[in-house]
Design a binder for this molecule. Structure first.
Ligand SMILES: Nc1ncnc2c1ncn2[C@@H]1O[C@H](COP(=O)(O)OP(=O)(O)OP(=O)(O)O)[C@@H](O)[C@H]1O
Ligand SMILES: [Mg+2]
Length: 504
């Protein structure tokens, strides 16, 4: 048997009293695409950050091709041939796309300190082209790129020099979370090329489909420990769910219990912004409406228009039968709208503040009017309760949000939206980055909220999720509403067909 390209054993890490990693071990063979799976907070990113020299472990033995090595800094990891795509988008927004690609690399400078811009841009174009990406101008400021394009920049950065390095290990922590289907396919193509060259790949994802499509080995972690490593060929999705959660999850979607009420909560007669137009639908109390569409079709923009984050060109909307004046996001929360945005780190959370602050933030307006929060103690009680209801894994309501695992940060946003039963709940990709067990819990919560009479709108790129969860689905195509269909009895294939141009 080939000796492993990379092995790590006896890896442990403690944060205060919480044990993030307990004697974890992992081996990656040449040419292997190795999946690393586990629930939110299981320790995946911690293990990766130790390999990357970003986190100092309490203990760890690391070897490359059988030779023991020490990794004390990202530079050490780089020199050893390890390349990383981290879960967080560490983009420097003021810099250009090209500068972001090379920001962490020892880039050759001309005349000592002057950067050779022409070469920098040409190199950036070359590494992007290798990924089949031609739509990003390397000179463009990173802040102006979409979350998906920013991720592509980080991915391109990791692949720089890949054609020269023979035996590297590529470590990817949820690289596809913000990517479209096409972009994911292109990434997979590059991964297969690396595999053919004998490189090793460690691949973290919560998407079962991806594991079975490109990985040949899987390691499952639970509560900081590695519970099992096994070949994909002899593993089923339900095996993986059982290993990750310790329980069997029979159905992916909780059953619908309460019938939809007759009262119309939201009557959108005509809504348009500079981005989208032709929006008109009625949403009943207790109803869950899905929003489907290809990437760029205007799903997120529809929710942004409803919450008032985009300036409206037309606005004919009734809430509970009364005309609703145009809102901005703050006023929308006051009128009973709640919103969970797509990109949690930049659009929603204050990472340096506590979980409690993040959960109660948009609700504080109501304190003075004798609303829910009377003092810090009740704020804390409610934050703790809400944290429990989304199965938040934390040391308590006072923990700083930055310290949470990626999926648990997403759950904080969710908890915020659920503090009071909203009249209208808007959810943009509610389960992105969330593990399978918590997904089911979030679906159950959405059902409960709608059962209490809230009107819910869910935008999602997961067609199965839309059909499993929603009563009806609104289809966006080319930034216009193109269909409004009953979800019952519809297949994902039929819904996908609606998302594409009918004329085509
Ligand atoms: N800087 C930190 N301070 C305190 N605790 C931390 C810190 N970083 C991580 N942790 C804790 O370590 C545990 C493991 O987190 P980690 O980020 O490795 O999870 P993960 O498996 O990557 O989860 P996800 O799928 O949500 O990304 C979590 O309980 C997390 O709260
Ligand atoms: Mg993680």
């Amino acid at each position: 048997m080939a000796s492993p390209l990379l092995s790590i054993s006896n890896a442990s890490k403690t944060y205060g009293s919480s044990r993030a990693l307990i004697e974890a071990r992992l081996e990656i063979l040449p040419g292997q695409v190795h999946a690393l799976m586990g629930e939110n907070g299981a320790g995946k990113s911690t293990l990766i950050k130790i390999l990357a020299g970003v986190v100092a472990p309490d203990s760890a033995q690391i070897a490359l091709s059988g030779q023991p090595v020490t990794i004390h800094s990202p530079q050490d990891a780089f020199n050893l041939g390890l390349r990383f795509i981290h879960q967080e988008l560490n983009i420097v927004p003021q810099l250009s796309a090209a500068e972001n690609i090379f920001v962490s690399l020892p880039y050759p400078r001309r005349a000592g300190f002057l950067v050779n811009w022409a070469k920098l841009h040409a190199d950036a174009e070359q590494v992007l082209a290798q990924l089949g990406i031609h739509h990003i101008d390397p000179r463009q400021q990173a802040a102006r790129l979409s979350p998906g394009d920013q991720m592509l920049i980080k991915i391109a950065s990791a692949f720089w020099g890949a054609e020269r390095a023979a035996t590297s290990v590529y470590v990817m922590d949820e690289p596809t979370a913000a990517l479209t289907g096409d972009e994911t396919e292109r990434l997979f193509k590059v991964i297969r090329e690396l595999q053919n060259k004998g490189c090793g790949v460690l691949y973290v994802t919560h998407r079962m489909r991806e594991v079975f499509e490109i990985c040949d080995m899987v390691t499952v972690m639970r509560d900081g420990r590695v519970v099992e490593t096994r070949p994909i060929a002899s593993t089923t999705p339900s095996d993986l769910i059982r290993l990750m959660t310790g329980r069997d999850l029979e159905q992916a979607y909780p059953p619908r219990t309460l019938p939809v009420e007759q009262a119309v909560t939201l009557d959108v007669r005509d809504l348009s912004t500079r981005q989208i137009s032709g929006i008109h639908f009625q949403l009943h109390a207790g109803e869950i409406l899905g929003v489907a569409g290809l990437t760029g079709a205007g799903r997120s923009e529809l929710l942004a228009a409803l919450i008032g984050a985009e300036r409206r060109l037309t606005h004919d909307v009734l809430l509970d039968g009364a005309p609703l004046p145009p809102l901005d996001p703050t006023r929308a929360w006051e009128r009973g709208f709640a919103y969970v945005p797509e990109e949690r780190r930049t659009q929603g959370l204050m990472l340096s503040r506590s979980i409690q602050d993040n959960i109660t933030l948009p609700h504080l307006q109501r304190i003075s009017r004798g609303g829910v929060f009377l003092n810090r103690a009740s704020e804390k009680r409610i934050s703790t309760e809400m944290g429990k209801s989304v199965q938040l894994k934390s040391t308590g309501a006072e923990q700083i949000t930055r310290q949470l695992s990626g999926g648990n940060q997403q759950k904080v946003l969710f908890a915020r939206a659920l503090v009071q039963t909203p009249r209208v709940l808007l959810l943009d990709e509610p389960t992105r980055g969330v593990d399978v067990g918590a997904k089911y819990d979030i679906y159950t919560l959405i059902r409960q909220i709608s059962g209490r009479g809230a009107a819910v709108i869910v935008a999602s790129s997961d067609l199965g999720e839309l059909l499993g969860l929603c009563d009806r689905v609104l289809v966006m195509r080319k930034r216009r509403q193109s269909a409004l269909v009953d979800a019952t009895g519809m297949t994902a294939q039929e819904l996908l067909t609606l998302c594409y141009d009918e004329a085509g």
